[in-house]
Design a protein around this ligand. Sequence first.
Ligand SMILES: [Mg+2]
Length: 130
Amino acid sequence: MTPSCILVVDDNPTNLKLVSDILEFEGYQVIRANDAESAQELIAANSPDLILMDIALPGMDGLTLTRRLKSNPAIKPVVVVALTAFAMKGDEELALEAGCDGYITKPIDTRRFPEQVRFYLSSRGSEQNR
Ligand SMILES: [Mg+2]
């Protein structure tokens, strides 16, 4: 079985590396973007199974990008999970309003993170009857 492909979008190099390293260790195919523009190109080229979306990005923010993705019927089924800063109250609500399928608070809990990712990937799998 080919591993699920996960796109990580984060403009913070430390976060991007931490999240990507954990996912690669878990055996996923990981692609990385540090802004919304390169994320869009990578989505078009790779059709990832899951997108982990930072909200605060330079240029187009993660919620605007999510709204765009979810308004495109070809991309809408992709699971988008927001990475929301714990301190930012109301971020979760905004993320869901923008069309995110869920959220994971930052800083991530590195022990729980793989389980959270599996959960979101399986929510996609059940929809598609994998
Ligand atoms: Mg950011």
